[in-house]
Design a binder for this molecule. Structure first.
Ligand SMILES: [Mg+2]
Length: 342
């Protein structure tokens, strides 16, 4: 488990789908956005699977059951079984089950995914603080979750009942914009109680542990679009990661990533799983990748040459991350990124 500071994207002579046995794929912004598959996702995942890679889908969203997520993926043209889907509901149910006896009552503020995960661990979901719960768990409950549920959680937590959260993502993307996520709901109970929950979801170890236990992955590659969940989760778990630019991360954020947010590889979309990854080499005081050379200038990153946008971005990452060391690069990369159309 190497945690040395990464200062440039990694290289792979083999296709990533051959170099790693299992892809641990984030869903939103990687495989789908809203109701539709992301461009190139369906055919890239089919090709990776045909080549022998095991595909698993790892989501912080605790609302839906693995069955429902698998059915959605299959409908999009990405055949999946419930066993291929790992949710933060399952991770938090294991975390609770490790701390309370079998058959314990757990007050649920969330959706069916969370209730099903608790039952799978031999725990009994209850709805009221008056049902004598020995734990309280919060997971994303969707827009229909009544406000009174937060009051039930608050009453129990204020009495000292241990409090758990599937994840603390503050926002969740919807087809109509950005909605409050489970992290916002957790803040509601925190404000009422002053207490602190135990959290399972990405980027924390319980979620990574759940994923490895369920997939049996020996050489996993985390594939995600978010630096502070997917990529940081891979960093915390000591495994390699591929950032794709089809979701929430743009070039500016990537260049400014602190060490725990720097992916092993970066590519435009899931086609990057099917190819090798080029080497970024030190050259002339800067870094070269393909036809591009990036250097850290006075106040700004500079880019010379020509080639693909991704090679240019990889060279810029090396220049920015090397200049930043274990901090955050403050050089302006916007002009260089504009040259790449990023
Ligand atoms: Mg995502």
């Amino acid at each position: 488990m190497s945690r040395s500071v990464r200062t440039r994207p990694g290289a792979s002579g083999r296709a990533l789908s051959e170099a790693y046995d299992t892809a641990l794929l984030d869903l939103d912004g990687v495989v789908y956005a809203g109701g539709s598959a992301i461009v190139h996702a369906v055919e890239s995942l089919a090709a990776a699977r045909e080549g022998g890679m095991h595909l698993a889908y790892v989501t912080n969203n605790a609302l839906r059951t693995p069955d429902t997520v698998a059915a959605h993926l299959t409908e999009l043209g990405i055949p999946a079984d419930a066993g291929d889907v790992i949710t933060s509901a399952q991770a938090v149910a294991r975390l609770i089950g490790d701390q309370v006896p079998q058959g314990s009552r757990v007050l649920v503020v969330g959706g069916e995914g969370l209730r099903a995960a608790l039952r799978e661990r031999g725990l009994v979901p209850v709805e009221s603080a008056d049902d004598d719960p020995v734990a309280v768990v919060q997971g994303y409950g969707g827009p229909e979750l009544p406000w009174g549920r937060f009051a039930e959680a608050s009453y129990a937590v204020a009495r000292g009942v241990p409090w758990f959260a599937s994840n603390t993502d503050l926002t969740i993307p919807s087809g109509r914009g950005i909605a409050p996520g489970n992290g916002a709901a957790v803040e509601v109970v925190r404000i009422a109680t002053g207490a602190e929950p135990q959290v399972a979801g990405k980027p924390l170890p319980p979620m990574h542990r759940e994923t490895i236990l369920r997939t049996g992955a020996e050489r996993p590659l985390v594939v995600g679009d978010r630096l502070d969940t997917d990529i940081e989760g891979a960093f915390n778990g000591g495994v390699d990661s591929l950032l794709v630019l089809t979701g929430v991360t743009d070039g500016v954020r990537l260049l400014a990533a602190p060490p725990r947010h720097r992916p092993t590889y970066v590519d435009a979309d899931l086609r990057g799983m099917l190819t090798g990854q080029p080497e970024v080499v030190a050259a002339g005081g800067g870094f070269r990748c393909g036809g591009w050379t990036a250097t850290a200038g006075a106040g700004a990153l500079e880019l010379d040459g020509d080639g693909t946008a991704m090679d240019g971005l990889r060279a810029l990452c090396a220049a920015a991350w090397t200049a930043a060391g274990d901090g955050v690069c403050e050089l302006d990369g916007s002009k260089a990124l504009a040259r790449l159309g990023l």
